[in-house]
Write a protein that binds this ligand. Structure first.
Ligand code: ADP
Ligand code: MG
Length: 249
């Protein structure tokens, strides 16, 4: 059984249909990249899985995670899975982190919302270290404004992995970072894959896809334009849209 299976996902915001018949599978230990232009529906797919849709959204289809249909969960049940079994990383770490709390307390908070007893501090320091943060003890006490963009994103990654989720949803996680920092974050994703985690990595950048993805879904106007393994898509893209995106690289 695949870790995640999406069957015929359709999504509307009000009367506007934004996702059309999206189906795909994700295996354990796999990095799937969803690539497409801005507005093509990439975030909507992730938010459908995470149960983070706005009030006016209506969804059809099935999203099986470990065999359980996430579309049938109540908001409270979804919240239990989010953060624990499904970690999330977003584009702008600054807008995700609270400026008033230390990095360590924010990472700890994710664990606190899912378990009542633990050595929270040492777990948080461990997660900061696994996210590739040097001197995690020292960074634990720092506030977001004292950290660089790359370190802030690593704090968000620490928060996403502290509960040891099997699935990580990453929405343009390196878009706001400069290229060398971006490379190191992608390296970290490869390490997480080695640990058996599955990642859906949303990006508009085929360079990012080439760096880490096993498989790719090319999304255009809410539809899958092309899907395949990363080598096939780079060597012989079938859809004209994919060719156009690749030529921009
Ligand atoms: N909360 C919302 N309400 C109405 N329309 C939305 C909302 N969020 C996104 N959209 C629209 O849905 C489409 C897909 O958006 P999105 O999933 O954010 O695409 P992407 O992440 O690829 O840029 C776009 O046309 C966008 O304008
Ligand atoms: Mg988006």
């Amino acid at each position: 059984m695949a870790l995640l299976e999406v069957f015929s996902l359709n999504l509307w915001y009000g009367d506007t249909k934004v996702l059309h018949d999206i189906s795909f599978k994700l295996e354990a230990g796999e990095i799937l990249s969803i690539v497409g232009e801005s507005g093509s529906g990439k975030s909507s797919i992730l938010n459908s899985i995470a149960g983070l849709l706005p009030q006016n959204a209506r969804r059809e289809g099935r999203i099986l995670f470990k065999g359980k249909d996430l579309t049938l969960l109540s908001e409270a049940e979804h919240r239990k899975i989010r953060g624990r079994d499904v970690g999330m990383i977003f584009q702008e770490p600054s807008s995700y982190l609270d400026p008033l709390f230390t990095a360590g307390s924010q990472v700890e908070e994710t664990l606190r919302s899912h378990v009542s007893r633990a050595d929270f501090k040492s777990e948080a320091i461990g997660a900061l270290a696994r996210a590739g943060i040097p001197d995690p003890q020292e960074k634990y006490r720092m506030y977001p404004h004292q950290l660089s963009g790359g370190l802030k994103q690593r704090v968000c990654i620490a928060s996403a992995i502290i509960c040891n989720p099997s699935l990580i949803l990453a929405d343009e996680p390196t878009t706001a970072l400069d290229v060398s920092v971006q490379k190191r974050i992608l390296q970290l994703f490869r390490k997480l894959r080695e640990e058996g985690k599955s990642i859906i990595l949303v990006t508009h950048d085929f360079g990012v896809v080439a760096e880490v993805a096993d498989r790719v879904i090319v999304l255009k106007d809410g539809r899958i334009a092309e899907e395949g393994d990363v080598f096939g898509i780079f060597d012989s893209p079938r859809a004209d849209y994919t060719k156009k995106l690749l030529s921009a690289l």
